[in-house]
Design a protein around this ligand. Structure first.
Ligand SMILES: NC(=O)c1ccc[n+]([C@@H]2O[C@H](COP(=O)([O-])OP(=O)(O)OC[C@H]3O[C@@H](n4cnc5c(N)ncnc54)[C@H](O)[C@@H]3O)[C@@H](O)[C@H]2O)c1
Length: 360
């Protein structure tokens, strides 16, 4: 078990092979409820593909649940409202345990709903995608997309317990598994060359993923978020590749490209930008891009899904991390990564170059 303190919250992470049952979950809750108290307070949030996992958790017990449509298109205020309404119908109170069973979409939505239901009820995640395990389920960022902009609204509300049953990955479509490796590669770049090396030894899309790689990614993320829960400094590093990725996701149409594929492409852009700025050693950039390619990601620019370059630049410019007309990008350094701000016309020219498009 890994344990992290995020601001006033404590998150405990349980990585296991099997899907936990209700007895296991009851035993892990702190302070410990008796089994009937837990059962009377459960409320599950899952999507069309993860209901079977909620079934396995519950066994013969029938708990109230809200089932959302799967995918990024569901990450909307309407879904939050559906969760809140279903919780009301199930007579949930502030003592209820909202348990999100799914990937990053369900984790972000369930966490946000838990953060506002009766001004905050108890919240856990059973993370069922590689992306959820390596990144989204830990750190307390919750939220939903608004007006086509990724994660425009949300809250900081960490899950108390996060379960990562590797068994769930056996039913995950390959596309989604691949999506998760991008966030893992991102973490490895930030953590150490040793971690990067470990990912380069073999392509884990074709081999069983060892639990210790997930543990390594979670340990790194947990440590960085513990230092800077509300992202006023170091946590920003976790956005490596993300300014480019969010713009690509928005320009392609939310849900048209997986988050991980967009992040992988964004990391390649960040490497190129870092080299142009003289921050990323060319050799390191080459090594990272080679690794990303070996996992089958598109690294060339412009991305084939960007037909409207203007919409793409508008998406970059409207990035919510922009402060005082400055855009912040994270680029790999000699080790780990560093933030750079772009604000002048010359900076923007550099961006056009990195993106390999003509200014319209
Ligand atoms: N909160 C954070 O810190 C954070 C960090 C990174 C990403 N995110 C968010 O995470 C989201 C992406 O997460 P994701 O990639 O997990 O996507 P997702 O939650 O949409 O899951 C991907 C697909 O896999 C299906 N699925 C999930 N588990 C399954 C299983 N075990 N077997 C079969 N199918 C399964 C889902 O139904 C969905 O169709 C994005 O919205 C992104 O913004 C959040």
């Amino acid at each position: 078990m890994l344990q992290f303190n995020f601001g006033e919250y404590t998150t405990r992470v349980f990585i296991s092979r099997e899907i936990p049952g209700l007895d296991k979950i009851a035993a892990d809750v702190d302070p410990q409820p008796d089994s009937s108290e837990l059962k009377s307070n459960l409320f599950f949030i899952c999507d069309e593909n993860t209901g079977y996992i909620a079934d396995k958790i519950c066994g013969s017990f029938i708990a109230p649940r809200c089932v959302l449509k799967s995918g990024e298109e569901s990450k909307t205020w309407d879904s939050v409202e559906l969760i809140l309404e279903a919780a009301r119908k199930a007579s949930c109170g502030r003592d209820s345990y909202f348990i999100g069973v799914g990937g990053g979409v369900i984790g972000d939505l369930a966490g946000f709903a838990a953060s506002i239901y009766m001004r905050g009820c108890r919240f856990m995640i059973v993370s069922t995608t590689l992306l959820g395990m390596t990144d989204a389920s830990v750190g307390g960022k919750t939220g939903f997309n608004l007006s086509g902009i990724k994660n425009l609204a949300g809250s900081f509300y960490p899950a108390r317990n996060v379960y990562m049953p590797l068994e769930c990955l056996s039913t995950l479509p390959e596309k989604e598994l691949k999506s998760g490796f991008a966030e893992m590669i991102k973490t490895a770049i930030l953590d150490s060359d040793d971690f990067l090396e470990q990912l380069s030894i073999k392509n884990y899309l074709d081999h069983e993923l060892p639990a210790d790689l997930i543990e390594r990614a979670v340990t790194y993320k947990g440590a960085i978020v513990s230092e800077d829960f509300r992202e006023s400094g170091r946590r920003m590093l976790l956005n490596l590749g993300h300014t480019f990725a969010h713009a690509l996701e928005s320009a392609a149409g939310l849900g048209e490209i997986s988050h991980g594929e967009a992040v992988a492409w964004g990391i390649a852009r960040a490497c190129e930008l870092g080299v142009m700025l003289g921050i990323t050693p060319a050799q390191r950039a080459e090594k990272i891009i080679k690794l990303i390619k070996s996992y089958g990601y598109i690294v060339s620019s412009p991305h084939p899904l960007v037909s409207d370059t203007e919409a793409f630049f508008n998406a970059i410019k409207s990035d919510k991390k922009k402060k005082n007309a400055k855009l912040t990008f994270i680029v790999p350094g000699t080790e780990s990564a560093v933030p750079v701000t772009m604000e002048t016309e010359n900076d923007f020219k550099l961006l056009y170059k990195v993106l390999n498009v003509q200014k319209t």
